[in-house]
Design a protein around this ligand. Structure first.
Ligand SMILES: CC(=O)N[C@H]1[C@@H](OP(=O)(O)OP(=O)(O)OC[C@H]2O[C@@H](n3ccc(=O)[nH]c3=O)[C@H](O)[C@@H]2O)O[C@H](CO)[C@@H](O)[C@@H]1O[C@H](C)C(=O)N[C@@H](C)C(=O)N[C@H](CCC(=O)O)C(=O)O
Ligand SMILES: Nc1ncnc2c1ncn2[C@@H]1O[C@H](COP(=O)(O)OP(=O)(O)OP(=O)(O)O)[C@@H](O)[C@H]1O
Ligand SMILES: N[C@H](CCC[C@H](N)C(=O)O)C(=O)O
Ligand SMILES: [Mg+2]
Length: 486
């Protein structure tokens, strides 16, 4: 049992009725999980308002409700009023799980692109150096040997503290987590003092009715991380570096190609050898060494520089760092799959115009004979992605194979038709093959020496979602089937 007073110790609140001596057995923020003796936090969400379920949770035996609005409940229920129930949920959850964030080295990464890739780089280095490192991000959360698939990049605060506690119990000493702008905005990480905060980059994204109202708000949310970390490692080359760093409350170290960077990259060499599409570069400033990556492009250099900064902080042995970075990879992030000695194939998670442009322009620098892009777009998602990705692929790939992604509740052909509107604005050559496996087979079976094929959009996903059902579909498996059927 937990004493309410203890759960509220870091929160400003008003006791409306009842007593802070009350005891509760669990904390819930979803009425469907309410049970006898629980504390319920009422959250106003994008779709529902938790306050509407208060009568229901009280009927189920809830002892304490934490609210923003006035509510009418029986006298035996304690009512706690706060300004922001999401913030309250974060404070209460931290207390409920025994403040696990304070028992771990917590590294948070924010930015529009590169978060997932950089978390895996850092986890791999720390683990190889003898730390035991948990991970929370877009693909999954990793707690010791357990891997839990994610539904959000940065989960709700309750889940974060639950996972951090499990990590601590599993013997982890550190955790690296993606901190999305929505996570910061919605107080999912409120109350956590990150030991390290990392900023990769920012460009317009996640702007829309369910996300941020405009770029200014998006920018402001990302900068919040540097008001709640001890040390910040920031990309100084980003156009919005000054905006992000403004108002910071941490010590700052910068990375980038700029001369002003504390950790500076130079002498970039793009490597295109049989079996290795990568990049080598020199690091100078606070760290002096040479790094080799088996990931292509300048953007991979940025992700690695952030990891190098973390290594300096943890005093990681240089050889361990270099070896770990050479082997670093994240599932579905420019993931190279061996299909032929003649040409390369990558699985990538680019699912909007910005990331598709970044992956295609990066691969173009390696001067492939042809750059072939296989992609579709998700159904029931922003339609602009379709026109824009069509245009990008038409402009930056030599040949596009338009196919299906997760059609969800839409007709795949309608989505393809939208993509065609974009691609037709360019002179880009394309064909459409709705079935994703057939599309990939076409790309592989028509691969020519020197080609680079990108399968964009599904990255780590191992399913295809059609009309509410997730059917197994892993591009790695499809490729093996295609190769064995040849
Ligand atoms: C818009 C948004 O951020 N939605 C997130 C949010 O849902 P919500 O709080 O708005 O939920 P809601 O359905 O309106 O319900 C409000 C409250 O009523 C409660 N409720 C609801 C129904 C009921 O019967 N009883 C009840 O008590 C709910 O439990 C909730 O507490 O809280 C949920 C639980 O934490 C999230 O899973 C959900 O993320 C959705 C799936 C989402 O798509 N979010 C995106 C915008 C997002 O957060 N993305 C970022 C970045 C991704 C990236 O890096 O690209 C992320 O971190 O994932
Ligand atoms: N530093 C970077 N700058 C620009 N593009 C990048 C960078 N790192 C990776 N990318 C590209 O963006 C895609 C997504 O990368 P990653 O998953 O690491 O980013 P993320 O910030 O976690 O994105 P998301 O918000 O989609 O989860 C990659 O597949 C790659 O094409
Ligand atoms: N978080 C993104 C992922 C998209 C991945 C892509 N495969 C799709 O289904 O559109 C979204 O849900 O819009
Ligand atoms: Mg991510």
């Amino acid at each position: 049992m937990y004493k309410l007073e203890d759960l509220l110790e870091r929160l400003d609140y008003e006791l409306i009725q009842g007593t802070i001596e009350a005891e509760v057995n669990t904390v819930v923020y979803d009425s469907r999980k309410a049970q006898k003796g629980c504390l319920f936090v009422a959250i106003k969400g994008a779709v529902a308002d938790g306050h509407k379920f208060i009568e229901d949770v009280c009927k189920k035996g809830c002892k304490v409700v934490v609210v923003e609005d006035e509510v009418c409940v029986d006298d035996d229920v304690t009512v706690i009023k706060v300004d922001d129930t999401r913030y309250a949920l974060a404070c209460i959850s931290a207390a409920y799980f025994g403040y696990p964030a304070e028992k771990l080295h917590v590294i948070g990464i924010t930015g529009t692109k590169g978060k997932t890739t950089t978390t895996y780089m850092i986890k791999s280095i720390l683990d190889n150096a003898g730390h035991k490192t948990g991970l929370i991000g877009t693909i999954e959360s990793i707690i010791g040997d357990e891997r839990i698939p994610s539904s959000n990049t940065t989960p709700e605060s309750y889940t974060i503290h639950e996972y951090l506690r499990k990590m601590y119990d599993a013997g982890c000493d550190s955790v690296v987590m993606e901190v999305s702008s929505q996570g910061l905005m919605l107080n999912r990480t409120a109350g956590i003092l990150f030991e390290i905060g990392i900023f990769t980059n920012i460009s317009p994204d996640h702007i829309g009715p369910a996300e941020h109202k405009d770029f200014e708000e998006y920018l402001k949310c990302k900068s919040l991380l540097f008001k709640q970390c001890k040390v910040g490692f920031l990309n100084i080359d980003d156009d919005h570096y000054e905006d992000i760093v403004q108002g910071h409350r941490c010590s700052v170290e910068t990375f980038g190609f700029s001369d002003a960077a504390n950790i500076k990259a130079s002498d970039v060499k793009l490597i295109n050898e049989p079996g290795r599409l990568g990049v080598d570069f020199k690091v100078s400033g606070l760290v002096n060494c040479e790094i080799q990556l088996n990931l292509p492009g300048k953007f991979s250099v940025y992700n690695a520089l952030a990891a190098v900064a973390v290594c300096r902080f943890f005093e990681i042995d240089e050889e361990v760092m270099k070896k770990s970075l050479l082997n670093a990879k994240a599932k579905g992030r420019i993931e190279r799959v061996e299909v032929s000695n003649d040409f390369d194939l990558m699985i990538d998670y680019a699912h909007n115009a910005m990331s598709l442009k970044s992956i295609l322009t990066t691969l173009r620098e390696y001067q492939p004979k042809r750059l072939v892009c296989v992609f579709g777009c998700g159904g029931n998602r922003d339609k602009r992605r379709r026109y824009e990705m069509g245009e990008i692929s038409g402009e930056f790939a030599d040949f596009t194979i338009i196919t299906s992604d997760n059609p969800r509740f839409e007709e795949p052909q309608d989505i393809i038709d939208d993509i065609k509107v974009g691609i037709k604005k360019t002179n880009g050559e394309y064909i459409e093959i709705c079935d994703r496996k057939e599309a990939i087979a076409y790309a592989i079976n028509n691969g020519k020496p020197g080609d680079v094929i990108v399968l964009a959009g599904k990255g780590h996903e191992d399913y295809q979602e059609i009309k509410g059902v997730k059917y197994p579909m892993d591009e790695r498996v499809l490729i093996q089937e295609i190769l064995s059927e040849r």
